[in-house]
Design a protein around this ligand. Structure first.
Ligand SMILES: *Cc1c(COP(=O)(O)O)cnc(C)c1O
Length: 390
């Protein structure tokens, strides 16, 4: 397949380089049959790797039964998925969406509705973080902390201010009578793989409790087992008031969610929010299968076993190339390698050699492999990375 030909009919928002055809386990194959080791998981989505038999079987059975019916009705998969999700997250009620961005939209609306119910005059202000990423729709973009993503699309929603991640004082300074929510990724992804400090997360929890502000944690990328707990806030022993999920939630079938504790969830009533597809039987059958397979395949235990190996090997690569590698940081199977050179050059060269990697920002390589990754895959990736950096 010809790339130039393929490019002709797309609005040019991505620079694509390969035409992929199929996947199996940790590997992808392009239309020419070339094999690639995948360390990007379709941007942290394909946690179970490719072609998981039981996952595929579950979807096929659901396709035969019912694909869509709208949210005017319940279905067995949607009921079960909601139960699984609430159990895993510690939230009381969930709303399924089609994407991460829509989960963020829902979370913002829920926070505003909660504030509105308390005080009809509330301006519903939100504090977000610099370098955050929450999505591309107007609401999600409004709380995304990268100026050049936002600027061309202004005016966005009002009442948003940006604090410094991991700087509690900078958040405190922005709090007003009208602050209804503080939104952040529990581990910043797109913005450069920055984990939150314990003091920051627990300090925010306390601040929110004192002022009845809602703590909104975006777990779209760092959730679903990637850092070794089902959701990363569980590493800090706290619960948010609202949280969002997507990416690995359906392991490839488009589905997201926003969820909340009872007192907050109760702010929404029929008519306040909706979606035609969101959480349809096919999507929620995928969610059910994902939770069941995480349990059956002991995915969390595996992440906790294998992640230290990834960190060790990445640090070895970093030590061998002190001129090009500035730092390795992250949590679990969500790691970043900050370079002194453009990440794209390294990623393109790795792709040539059959290893798929993605970036975060311009100078960081992001490692978000399928959670089934084994030592042999990490070895091969690090060998290729070492060759390329040399
Ligand atoms: C990917 C991502 C989103 C947006 O999700 P989409 O499914 O692309 O809409 C939001 N927040 C975070 C942290 C993400 O990584």
């Amino acid at each position: 397949m010809n790339l130039q030909e393929a490019d002709k009919h797309f609005i040019h928002t991505y620079n694509r380089s390969v035409v992929f055809d199929r996947g199996e386990g940790m590997y992808l194959y392009d239309t020419e049959g070339k094999q690639y080791l995948d360390m990007g998981a379709g941007i942290a989505v394909s946690a179970l790797g490719y072609g998981n038999e039981e996952y595929k079987q579950g979807l096929k059975e659901q396709i035969d039964k019912l694909i869509h019916i709208s949210n005017l009705y319940y279905t067995e998969p949607s009921i079960k998925a909601a139960e699984y999700f609430c159990q895993a997250s510690g939230m009381d009620r969930v709303f399924f969406t089609n994407s991460g961005t829509e989960a963020i939209e829902g979370a913002i609306k829920l926070a505003r509705k909660y504030a509105y119910n308390k005080n009809k005059e509330s301006r519903g202000e939100i504090i977000a973080m610099q370098h955050s990423f929450h999505g591309r729709s107007m609401g999600a973009l409004s709380v995304t902390g990268t100026e050049h993503y936002r600027e061309p699309f202004e005016p966005l929603i009002g009442g948003v201010s940006f604090a410094e991640y991991n700087d509690l004082e900078s958040v405190r300074k922005l709090v007003t009578e009208d602050t209804c929510g503080i939104i952040l990724e529990t581990l910043q992804g797109e913005g450069g793989i920055y984990p939150a400090s314990e003091e920051f997360i627990t300090g925010l929890r306390k601040l929110c409790d004192e002022k009845d502000i809602l703590l909104i944690l975006d777990e779209i990328q760092c959730g679903m087992g990637r850092t070794g707990k089902m959701f990363t806030y569980q590493q800090y022993g706290i619960l948010p008031d609202i949280m969002t999920s997507a990416k690995a939630l359906g392991c490839g079938v488009p589905v997201g969610a926003f969820a909340a504790v009872e007192k907050v969830a109760a702010a929404m009533c029929p008519g306040d929010h909706g979606t035609t597809y969101g959480g349809n039987p096919l999507a929620t059958a995928a969610v059910c299968k994902v939770f069941e397979l995480f349990e059956k395949q002991h995915i969390l235990e595996h992440v906790n076993t294998i992640a230290p190996y990834l960190t060790k090997k990445l640090n070895q690569v970093a030590q061998k190339h002190p001129d090009t590698v500035k730092e390795v940081r992250g949590m679990g199977l969500m790691q970043g390698m900050e370079l002194t050179i453009p990440a794209k050059e390294v990623i393109d060269a790795c792709m040539e050699k059959g290893v798929v990697l993605i970036s975060a920002g311009t100078s960081i390589i992001r490692f978000v492999p399928p959670l089934i990754v084994e030592e042999e895959h990490i070895d091969r990736m690090c060998q290729v990375l070492d060759e390329v950096l040399a």
